[in-house]
Design a protein around this ligand. Structure first.
Ligand SMILES: Nc1ncnc2c1ncn2[C@@H]1O[C@H](COP(=O)(O)OP(=O)(O)OP(=O)(O)O)[C@@H](O)[C@H]1O
Ligand SMILES: [Mg+2]
Length: 446
C-alpha cells in the first residue's frame, strides 16, 4: 500500500485548530502541557469553556484510553501502544521496524520512502487511525531556559519571540514556540525562568505528514528529550537539587538533556552518534558499512588500551614506530571508537557544564546522575568509560518495569532486547494517563 498524499498544514490545522498556523490564539487557551507540562505546574491561564463544535471536543470523542507513541528514528522506527486499565498500564503492542542502511548519498526521496514504508508496515498491523503522539529530534530544535520579566501571557510571548530572534537567530514566524515556567509562578522575583522550545514549522509538518499519511491519527507532538524524561520519571525518582544528565545516543543524533531535579533546563542535539562511529570504523579498517557495524558491536571500547589510545591517536608516537599492520584489529577498532566517543563526550561535557553553571553559578559543577539510552549507548565499555570520566554512576534501567503485558502477543525476549531503545516511544505513549492535555501537545504559538 503506498502512502496517501496529504496536505500536512491542513492536517495540523484540523487537529490543533488554526492557532498552530500562526493565527491569534484563542483567549485563555491553555498553552504547553503535553510538551512541557511535565515540569512542575501547568500553565495557570483560566480554561476556556469549550463549545460542542470546538476542534478539541471533536478529538476527544471516541477516546478509548489507548494511546501510541511513534519514534521515527534514523536507524529504526519504534512503536509502543499502551492501554490504561483502571489503575494499571498494559502494553498492547510493541513494534520495531529496522530501516535498511542507505548511503547518505542516496536521494532524499529514497530515504523518505524507506521511512514511510517502515511506518506503513507498523500501521498495517494496527487498527486504522490508531491514535498516537510523535516526537521531534533534529538539531534545528531549540530548547533552553530563558530569564524574562514577569508580565501578561501576551507580553511574555512577545519577549520570547524577540529574544529568540535577536539572540538565537530563530525566526519566530517560521517556528512553533512553546514555554513553561521553571521556577514557579508564586516567586516574588520580578523575573521568571522559562523553558522555551522552538521548532521549525516545516519539521513539524513533515513529521505529521509521515504519520498521518501512513494511517495514524496524530494527537500530540513531543520532543525526544521530554519523552525520554517522561519514560524515566515513571520508574525513577531523584532529589529536587540533583543534577541529572540524560544522554540518548541514537544512529544520527545524540540527544543531551540536562536537568536539576524535575526540571530540564537545557537540551542539545549533537550529530555525533552510532552511524558516525560505524563510518569511522569503516574508514579505518577499509571495509563496507555492514562489516564495520559488526566490528563496532564486537569490540566497542573494550580493546582501547589507554596508552596506545593517548599516544597513537594524539600523534605523540612518531609515525612508523608502531607499524600499522601489527596493531590487532580489535585494538584498531576500539582506538578509533574511543577517539570518536571522546569527541561526543567533550561536546556533552561542554553542554552540561554550560547548563549547570548557568543554573547554579558554580564553575565545574558535578553531576549526580547519568542515564544512558539509545542503541548507541550499548557500545561495549562505554558505561564504564563515562563513569570513570565524570566520576558518577551510570544507571541502567528497565523502562518497562511495572507495565503489564499480554504474554501471548508480546515476546519477553523482544521486550528485553528493546528496553534501551524504546524510551522515546514509551514516553510519548505514557500520555495515555493524562489524555486531557493531548491536543495542546506542541507549541500553541502566539
Ligand atoms: N551492541 C551495540 N553496540 C554499539 N552500537 C550499537 C549496538 N546495537 C545498536 N547499536 C547502534 O545503535 C544505533 C541505533 O540506535 P537507536 O535505535 O537508538 O537509533 P535511532 O533512534 O533510530 O536513531 P536517531 O535517534 O539518531 O534518529 C545504530 O547506530 C547502531 O549501530
Ligand atoms: Mg532515537
Amino acid at each position: 500500500m503506498s502512502p496517501k498524499k496529504i496536505d500536512s498544514k491542513k492536517v495540523v490545522s484540523r487537529i490543533f485548530g488554526d492557532t498552530l498556523l500562526g493565527k491569534k490564539k484563542r483567549p485563555g487557551a491553555e498553552t504547553i502541557p503535553s510538551l512541557l507540562g511535565y515540569h512542575g505546574k501547568k500553565q495557570t491561564a483560566p480554561k476556556e469553556k469549550l463549545s460542542p463544535i470546538s476542534p478539541i471536543r471533536f478529538i476527544w470523542s471516541g477516546w478509548q484510553n489507548e494511546f501510541g507513541g511513534l519514534d521515527m528514528g534514523s536507524d529504526s522506527i519504534k512503536f509502543v501502544l499502551l492501554v490504561q486499565e483502571r489503575r494499571r498500564l498494559r502494553l498492547k503492542d510493541l513494534q520495531v521496524e529496522k530501516l535498511i542502511h542507505m548511503d547518505r548519498k542516496a536521494k532524499p526521496e529514497e530515504l523518505e520512502k524507506a521511512t514511510l514504508d517502515a511506518i506503513t508496515k507498523i500501521a498495517s498491523r494496527l487498527k486504522p487511525k490508531t491514535k498516537l503522539g510523535i516526537s521531534l529530534n533534529d538539531p534545528s530544535l531549540f530548547m533552553d531556559s530563558l530569564t524574562v520579566p514577569r508580565g501578561s501571557e501576551q507580553e511574555v510571548q512577545d519577549i520570547i519571540r524577540r529574544e529568540l530572534s535577536e539572540k538565537h537567530l530563530i525566526d519566530p514566524n517560521s517556528s512553533f514556540i512553546d514555554h513553561t515556567t521553571l521556577n514557579g509562578s508564586e516567586s516574588s522575583s520580578p523575573t521568571q525562568e522559562l523553558l522555551v522550545v522552538a521548532a521549525p514549522r516545516e519539521l513539524v509538518y513533515r513529521q505529521f505528514e509521515r504519520a498521518q499519511a501512513t494511517g495514524f491519527k496524530v494527537l500530540s507532538v513531543e520532543t525526544n528529550a521530554l519523552a525520554c524524561l517522561q519514560a524515566l520519571r515513571r520508574i525513577k525518582r531523584w532529589d529536587a537539587k540533583d543534577r541529572v544528565l540524560i544522554l540518548d545516543i541514537g544512529a544520527a543524533f545524540s540527544n543531551v538533556s540536562v536537568g536539576i531535579g524535575d526540571r530540564i533546563t537545557f537540551n542539545r542535539i549533537i550529530p555525533i552518534a552510532g552511524e558516525r562511529w560505524t563510518k569511522a570504523v569503516q574508514e579505518t579498517v577499509g571495509c563496507d558499512f555492514e562489516k564495520a557495524e559488526q566490528l563496532k558491536i564486537r569490540y566497542g571500547l573494550k580493546q582501547a588500551s589507554p596508552s596506545s589510545q593517548d599516544n597513537v591517536l594524539s600523534g605523540t608516537i612518531p609515525e612508523g614506530t608502531i607499524p600499522e599492520a601489527t596493531i590487532p584489529e580489535g585494538e584498531k577498532v576500539s582506538q578509533i571508537l574511543m577517539a570518536e566517543t571522546e569527541k561526543l563526550l567533550d561536546e556533552v561535557e561542554r553542554s552540561f557544564q554550560f547548563a549547570l553553571t548557568k543554573e547554579t553559578n558554580e564553575e565545574g559543577a558535578r553531576l549526580n546522575h547519568v542515564f544512558l539510552m539509545g542503541g548507541g549507548a550499548r557500545l561495549l565499555a562505554l558505561k564504564e568509560h563515562i563513569e570513570k570520566r565524570w566520576g558518577v554512576p551510570v544507571r541502567q534501567l528497565d523502562l518497562w518495569e511495572g507495565i503489564a503485558l499480554d504474554e501471548q502477543t508480546i515476546d519477553r525476549e523482544f521486550l528485553n532486547e528493546t528496553r534501551d531503545i524504546i524510551s522515546v516511544s514509551l514516553g510519548i505513549a505514557l500520555r495515555v494517563t493524562e489524555w486531557s492535555v493531548l491536543p495542546f501537545g506542541f507549541g500553541m504559538p502566539a
